[in-house]
Design a protein. Structure first.
Length: 70
């Protein structure tokens, strides 16, 4: 999975920067890889971290820690 995130990070670089860093086209994501990275990122965005500021704020307001992650 880490390889897909690395490829996704490199794919977001402008072409001139990729050329400067000598990163070839092997770092381009295929359609299914792009969907996998997007879906896993969306899932990770929904996991409440109880030590994170949004969860702490919810707790102070008497709301469940996952309230903002719905």
């Amino acid at each position: 999975m880490q390889q897909f995130y690395l490829q996704a990070a490199i794919a977001t670089l402008p072409p001139t920067v990729r050329e400067l860093l000598q990163l070839v086209a092997d770092y381009q994501l295929k359609g299914w890889q792009r969907q996998l990275v997007k879906a896993s990122g969306a899932l990770a965005d929904r996991i409440p971290l109880h030590s994170a500021p949004p969860a702490q704020t919810c707790k102070r307001l008497g709301l469940p820690a996952y309230y903002l992650y719905k």
